[in-house]
Structures are given as structure tokens and as C-alpha cells.
Design a protein around this ligand. Structure first.
Ligand code: P1T
Length: 405
């Protein structure tokens, strides 16, 4: 798979890469430097590139906000992993969401699942609304979508699994309804990464990621990315990427590309660890409910089997601890390997209480309707030793129970 060196009228930016996932992760978007032969691309920090005459750059680049070699390489790699013809990187996952919403005409209507990341809910209800984009929410999008569609509905927004209750959506079922009305489907695939799920293969029009999470995988880069197959959409989003300017730095692109090369190994390890923890939580008398798509007890397990690689559940879990917010807060103080912190998808294990942290901005009634209760704890399971992680969870729960006596 090569980056098209010169724009050819009808050729996609990236040809589809049919090699195995691991080969694409390691090799895609990683050309050897044509001058030095460097196997790992140099970091091109220059913000501007010389021109031999007016409008005639020496090479392919003019100004880094418009395009940059390291960003090209990273976008190429993400397109290869999401089976996409196009990909664009942004300065954060939230910037990706914002740029997509800003591509819609004023007066547009968007249908979204209710259980979305708190920052996405914030953008939808506080920013998009102020710009004349109306977003309505549903907790059962497969059932409700058709009836919610209006004349000006332009987009259906899905997270699957959702943050933080790990609910799943049958992407193809929603896409079939949406496409009857010329509506685009966006899937935020952050929680599973391209290794476990490829939404474009199930009818989605755009897949996005907070690269900050699994794709970079080391909690040291803030970035987002969108991938898709439509050349018309590419014209629109490429224009907005430059015009809005919410682009990542070359160094962050270089770092995220390096992280992406081990995505399959990291997600596999996190998935195995998460399964062990979910099975422990599922039988604990101190746990009211466990949300993990890898468990046969998950209410949408059939969707996981249909659209997740090997029906994997991924590295994210949420569970309700007996004892309310007090118990949830104490649990996050008692863990010794799981760090209390926002974000997810890194090599280190993290825990948080969405109701008080990542989803605190969502009105109580709305978040509890989605299952985000005060006693809900979210785990981002890292790649430490499984036994150590299970022991950490078990020990923390024991100390919570002792403290409540
Ligand atoms: C920071 C957290 N989430 C970011 C996030 C975002 C926003 O990504 P940022 O790179 O943090 O801007 C988008 N979509 C999902 C599903 C997300 O989880 C969190 O849930 O702790």
C-alpha cells in the first residue's frame, strides 16, 4: 500500500491494504526515507516548506497545518487498520467530534445514543446546540432510530461499546435504516480500537477514535482521528481540518504512529486481563452488576459475537459496587495498581468514578437513565500481570467492605 504521490482525479488517497492486521500495524504508513534510507521516518517539525516559485513547493508540502509528512504517515496507518480509503488526524478526539459536527449545515438534526463520553455530551448540548445543530438522544437506537428521523436529520452518532456502561449497538442494523434516508452513521470506536472492531465494515460511514487512548496507548499523546471511504466527505473534512486548524503536532503524530505498531499486542493483553477481572467481579457478593461485552451475560453479547474480532470484550469494564458513591470513592483510594485517573486505553491500569469525574457534567437524571450511577466504577485494564490486577481489585473490595462495617 503506498501514499498516492500526486493527486490523481479519482484514486482514493490510500489503497486498501489486505495484509494481516499485525503486518499493517507495523508496516503501513512507514516508508523508508527516500534520501537517507531511514527505516523510521524523521520528525518533520518545520511549519513551512520552501517554494521554488510562487505556489510551487520544493516537495509535497507547503505549511504544516495543511499537511505534514508525519501526519500523512499516521493517517495512512490508521486508514490501513480501519480498512478505509481516507483518514484525517486532529488535535484530540473532541476536536475530531467538533470538526465532524461543524461539517453539518445550521439547522441540522443529529440522533445520538444517550450513553456517550461526557465531553461528547457536553459538545452536543452546549456547543453544537449554540451553532444551530440539534442533537436528540436515545437509549435504544436500534429500536428508536427510524421514528426519530426528521427531514433535517443528517447524522446518527454511536459509541459501541459506549462510555462508560459498555452498551453495544448493531452498527449494520442502524446503518441500514440511516441509509434509507441518506443519513450518515458515525461510530466512535475508541473503546475497542481497530484491532477488535472495524465499523466501516458494518455499514458505518465514518469511524473516529480518541487516539489519546488505545491507538497511541501510552497516555502521552492527545489526538483524534477520523477514517472513512467517501471522497466527497474527504473534500469536506480536509477543508475543515485546514480551515479550523485543530491538527496534531508532527511529534505527536510520530509518537502515535509508534504506539499504533503494537496495538494488536497491547489490546490482546488488556482483553485477557479484563476477562479475568470481569469473571472475578461477576461472582463477587459486593458487586451489583458488571458491564463487560466479553461475558456471556452481557445483554448484547450477540452483537459482540457479530462485530468484534473473536467476540473479544476489549480492555474496558464498568461495575456497580455495593455501598453507593462512598464505596466507589473508597475503592479508588484502596487500589494499589489501578491508578485513580481519567482517560483509558494505556498500558497502565486506571480506575475512575464517571458520575463524579468524566460524566459529572451530564445532568443526574440523564446519566442515571443511561446507567451511570454514583456507585459505577470504570476500569481501564492495562497490560500488567493478570494475577496482580485481580488481586488488586479483590484486595480493594475487601478493604472497602471492612471500612463500611
Ligand atoms: C478522557 C476520556 N474520554 C475521551 C473520549 C473522547 C475525547 O477524546 P480526547 O482525546 O480526550 O479529546 C472521545 N470519545 C470517547 C469514547 C472518549 O472516551 C475518558 O473517558 O476518560
Amino acid at each position: 500500500m503506498t501514499i498516492a504521490t500526486l493527486p490523481i482525479e479519482d484514486a482514493p488517497r490510500f489503497q486498501k491494504d489486505t495484509r494481516g492486521f499485525a503486518t499493517r500495524a507495523v508496516q503501513a504508513g512507514a516508508p523508508h526515507d527516500p534520501v537517507t534510507g531511514a527505516v523510521i521516518a524523521p520528525i518533520s517539525l518545520s511549519t513551512t516548506y520552501a517554494q521554488t516559485s510562487l505556489g510551487n513547493p520544493v516537495g509535497l508540502y507547503e505549511y504544516t497545518r495543511s499537511s505534514n509528512p508525519n501526519r500523512d504517515h499516521f493517517e495512512h496507518a490508521v486508514a490501513a487498520l480501519e480498512n478505509a480509503n481516507y483518514a484525517l488526524a486532529f488535535s484530540s478526539g473532541s476536536a475530531t467530534t467538533a470538526t465532524i459536527l461543524q461539517s453539518l449545515p445550521t439547522g441540522s438534526h443529529v440522533i445520538s445514543i444517550s450513553d456517550v463520553y461526557g465531553g461528547t455530551h457536553r459538545y452536543f448540548t452546549k456547543v453544537a446546540a449554540a451553532h444551530g445543530i440539534r442533537v436528540t438522544f436515545t437509549g435504544a437506537i436500534e429500536v428508536d432510530a427510524r421514528a426519530m428521523i426528521e427531514e433535517n436529520t443528517k447524522l446518527i452518532w454511536i459509541e459501541t461499546p459506549s462510555n462508560p456502561t459498555l452498551s453495544l449497538v448493531d452498527i449494520q442494523a442502524v446503518a441500514d435504516v440511516a441509509h434509507e434516508h441518506g443519513i450518515m452513521v458515525v461510530v466512535d470506536n475508541t473503546f475497542l480500537s481497530p484491532y477488535i472492531q472495524n465499523p466501516l465494515d458494518h455499514g458505518a460511514d465514518i469511524v473516529i477514535h480518541s487516539v489519546t487512548k488505545y491507538i497511541n496507548g501510552h497516555s502521552d499523546v492527545l489526538m483524534g482521528v477520523a477514517a472513512y471511504n467517501s471522497s466527497e466527505l474527504n473534500d469536506t473534512l480536509t477543508f475543515l481540518q485546514n480551515a479550523i486548524g485543530a491538527v496534531p503536532s508532527p511529534f505527536d503524530c510520530w509518537l502515535a504512529h509508534r504506539g499504533l505498531k503494537t496495538l494488536h499486542l497491547r489490546v490482546k493483553a488488556a482483553n485477557e486481563n479484563a476477562m479475568a477481572i470481569a469473571q472475578f467481579l461477576e461472582v463477587s457478593p459486593h458487586v451489583l452488576a458488571v458491564n463487560y461485552p466479553g461475558l456471556s451475560s452481557h445483554p448484547q453479547r450477540k452483537v459482540a459475537i457479530k462485530q468484534h474480532r473473536k467476540a473479544m470484550g476489549g480492555g474496558m469494564i464498568s461495575f456497580r459496587i455495593r455501598g453507593g458513591l462512598k464505596a466507589a470513592e473508597r475503592f479508588c483510594k484502596e487500589t494499589k495498581i489501578f491508578t485513580l485517573a481519567e482517560s483509558l486505553g494505556g498500558v497502565e491500569s486506571l480506575c475512575e468514578v464517571p458520575a463524579s469525574m468524566t460524566h459529572a457534567g451530564i445532568p443526574v437524571a440523564a446519566r442515571e437513565k443511561s446507567g451511570v450511577f454514583d456507585d459505577l466504577i470504570r476500569l481501564s485494564v492495562g497490560i500488567e500481570d493478570a494475577d496482580d490486577l485481580v488481586d488488586d481489585i479483590s484486595g480493594a473490595i475487601t478493604r472497602v467492605v471492612d471500612s463500611l462495617v
